[in-house]
Write a protein that binds this ligand. Structure first.
Ligand code: GDP
Length: 194
């Protein structure tokens, strides 16, 4: 998709502030610093629209970006700074959990992991939680420009194994906001789930 028109519609702190037009939504989740703002800005051809790195301890809000007046990207706060507790449901806010598990308009979740490393415990927990709810998931392995050519298969295997990747609802894609590698594939996935 060639994007010309994006609006930040709102930062929602409660469900009453979510959009009410029923258009499709795609959530983006990942640890702070994984490259979520960079991915978002690459997809929508903007330099600085999506904010970089949510600050630790900041009030958690869902940011809705209205794209071409047809669907929304929903930026979910980075989870890297939250202390992980034993129970999955305590690992991130109740608001986010409720949003992801009950939102009818949610067509899929783009779950970002760093292509260079094995997924963190939190990445694994997030993925498995999404899988449990049988949500279509696009696992995007970011910063792929930092991976040597010969190491792609290995990196993909490590990530999939750690996540217990489920091909029935999940797709895997390398991505680089520097080279834009993977951009078309990410758009294809979004459009095929619209
Ligand atoms: P966020 O906290 O998840 O929104 O992460 P950002 O998009 O702000 O990126 C965090 C850092 O990683 C920044 O310094 C980015 O420049 C860098 N970064 C993001 N994407 C890429 C990428 O594809 N390749 C490389 N080499 N660096 C990236």
């Amino acid at each position: 998709m060639e994007v010309h028109n994006v609006e930040i519609v709102m930062s929602a702190v409660s469900p009453s502030q979510y959009p009410t037009d029923g258009q499709p939504e795609f959530a983006l989740v990942g640890r702070s610093n994984v490259g979520k703002s960079s991915l978002t800005n690459t997809l929508i051809n903007r330099k600085g629209l999506a904010r970089t790195s949510s600050q630790p301890g900041k009030t958690q809000t869902l940011n809705f970006y209205h794209v071409e007046e047809t669907f929304y990207f929903v930026d979910v706060p980075g989870y890297g700074y939250a202390k992980v507790s034993k129970k999955k449901r305590e690992a991130f806010g109740q608001m986010i959990e409720t949003y992801i598990s009950t939102r009818k308009q949610l067509r899929g979740v783009i779950a970002l992991v760093d292509a260079r490393h094995a997924p963190s415990q939190e990445d694994v927990m997030m993925y498995q939680w999404l899988d449990y709810y049988n949500i279509p998931i696009l696992v995007v392995a970011t910063k792929s420009d930092k991976i040597a050519r010969g190491k792609f298969n290995q990196a993909e295997s490590i990530i999939k194994k750690a996540l217990e990747f489920n091909p029935e609802n999940s797709t895997f894609q390398f991505f680089s906001s520097q080279t834009k590698a993977g951009k078309d594939e990410v758009w294809q996935w979004i459009e095929s789930h619209m």
